[in-house]
Design a protein around this ligand. Structure first.
Ligand code: AMP
Ligand code: GLY
Length: 432
């Protein structure tokens, strides 16, 4: 008889180089039975996380990642970003015999194609705004004119959060359609037009083994660059969890109306989805409505949520990767409030200044974490800014006021030239 596989992965590889991957790696080092975590490529902050080591391998270099997994005797690979998932990295790693947390290219279409995701939701009866698909500018304009009101315009494909226009006027909608077909999205560009829905937004993450689901506490992101939720959209300037917008009953409703039917529809298509299903939801007067699905953890929601998760995390992700969630341990979740504030580079989300030295006197503790996102080390080992979102300060407490006070106090202990952040993250749940 073959020996029984250990339920605890001792050696883990996290693929990706952002704040999300550092937070995942940090949380996994705290899990039962974990001896080491490698992060490829990681960033300037990776080696400062106890138990974590960066590996200079690009997230798209499947062959080098497979070799590194064999060399380091990796038992679990966790793929962070959507781009390598969409091009089949998880499939390539699985073909090499590795246990992988992250969907194959088939499941990643949930994020990579809005058209495909909308069709799947419609088939599954998942609440989402009505939509039209258009493969040419003429077709899109014809839908718009016949509807006679500004619809939401979404490029069909991975657009790094930059493919959506919530048009206020017909002219704005026409311009957004024109831009999608103007070349930036390639010769095969297509789009989805959507009915506009109203309500607060919240993100729900479900860990899946293809059959069963474990839901994490709901999180709320802050997408706009400016205080008071003004200015251009960003990847996310801060977050908090659990978002009181969705209580236990609301979360159950999301499980029953959104996540379970979606997973069932994936299975009907022959897709064995082993990874995170990220549901971006709008809480409308009629109930939750899916704005988008992603095939990865949100960033900065991931940084916010990881400190709340218990030491079973590595075993739970391994159980997902093996399709054995029901047999895995129960994931414990700390009953705390978690607050995350992003320190971005000057100019973000447009062109940013880079190369500034990052100074920190912060001592992380049980309830205060510093995760690097857009940073790298120079040849002298000095950590410098190298991206738009540079650092994530995360803190936990029994209440949100204290959690945010800790996160903002932590921010005063880090500095780089041009550091930019919002002072009102969590304004929805902080007393003023
Ligand atoms: P997405 O890139 O799909 O997350 O969309 C970016 C943002 O556009 C969302 O966070 C929403 O604020 C907004 N949005 C997307 N779809 C709709 C919709 N159907 N109605 C209103 N706002 C939307
Ligand atoms: N924070 C939003 C995202 O990760 O898409």
């Amino acid at each position: 008889m073959a020996p029984e596989a250990s339920p605890h992965p001792a050696r883990i590889l996290v693929v990706g180089g952002g704040g999300r991957e550092n937070a995942l790696a940090w949380a996994l080092t705290r899990s039962h039975g974990v001896e080491g975590v490698w992060v490829a490529p990681g960033n300037g902050g990776t080696e400062a996380l106890p138990g974590c080591q960066p590996l200079a391998i690009a997230e798209t270099d499947a062959d080098a990642l497979v070799d590194a997994c064999h060399h380091h005797q990796i038992e679990l690979v966790v793929v962070g970003p959507e781009a390598p998932l969409a091009t089949g990295l998880a499939d390539q790693l699985r073909a090499a015999g590795l246990s992988v947390f992250g969907p194959g290219a088939d499941g990643a279409r949930l994020e990579a194609s809005k058209r495909w995701a909308k069709a799947l939701m419609q088939e599954a009866g998942v609440p989402t705004a009505g939509y039209w698909w258009a493969g040419s500018e003429e077709q899109a304009l014809a839908v718009l004119e016949s509807e006679g009101r500004p619809l939401v315009v979404k490029a069909d494909g991975l657009a790094a959060g930059k493919g959506v226009t919530v048009a206020e006027t017909m002219d704005e909608a026409r311009a957004a359609i024109g831009e999608i077909f103007a070349g930036r999205f390639g010769a095969e560009a297509s789009l989805v037009l959507e009915e506009r829905t109203e309500g607060p937004e919240v993100s729900v993450f479900a860990l899946s083994d293809g059959r069963d689901l474990v839901l994490l506490p709901p999180a709320q992101d802050h997408k706009r660059i400016g205080e008071g939720d003004t200015g251009p959209n960003t990847g996310g300037m801060g977050a908090y969890a659990p978002a009181p917008l969705l209580d236990a009953e609301g979360l159950e409703q999301v499980r029953c109306q959104v996540l379970e039917p979606t997973l069932a529809a994936l299975r009907r298509r022959g897709i064995d989805y082993r990874g995170v299903i990220y549901a971006g939801l709008m809480l409308t007067a009629e109930g939750p409505s899916v704005i988008e699905f992603n095939c990865r953890f949100g960033d900065p929601e991931c940084e916010t949520l990881m400190p709340l998760l218990g030491p079973e995390l590595a075993s739970v992700l391994l159980a997902c990767a093996r399709g054995q969630l029901a047999a895995g341990p129960r994931l414990s979740i700390a009953p705390l409030c978690s607050a995350c504030v992003i320190a971005a580079a000057e100019g973000y989300p447009a062109a940013v200044r880079q190369g500034d030295a990052i100074h920190s006197t912060l001592q992380p503790n049980e309830h205060l974490q510093l995760f690097h996102a857009g940073s790298s080390r120079d040849s002298e080992g000095v950590c410098r800014t190298s991206g738009g979102r540079v650092l994530a300060l995360v803190a936990q407490a029994d209440d949100f006021d204290t959690a945010f006070a800790r996160a903002y106090a932590g921010l005063e202990q880090v500095h780089f030239a041009g550091m930019t952040y919002r002072r009102d993250i969590g304004h929805q749940v902080r007393s003023r």
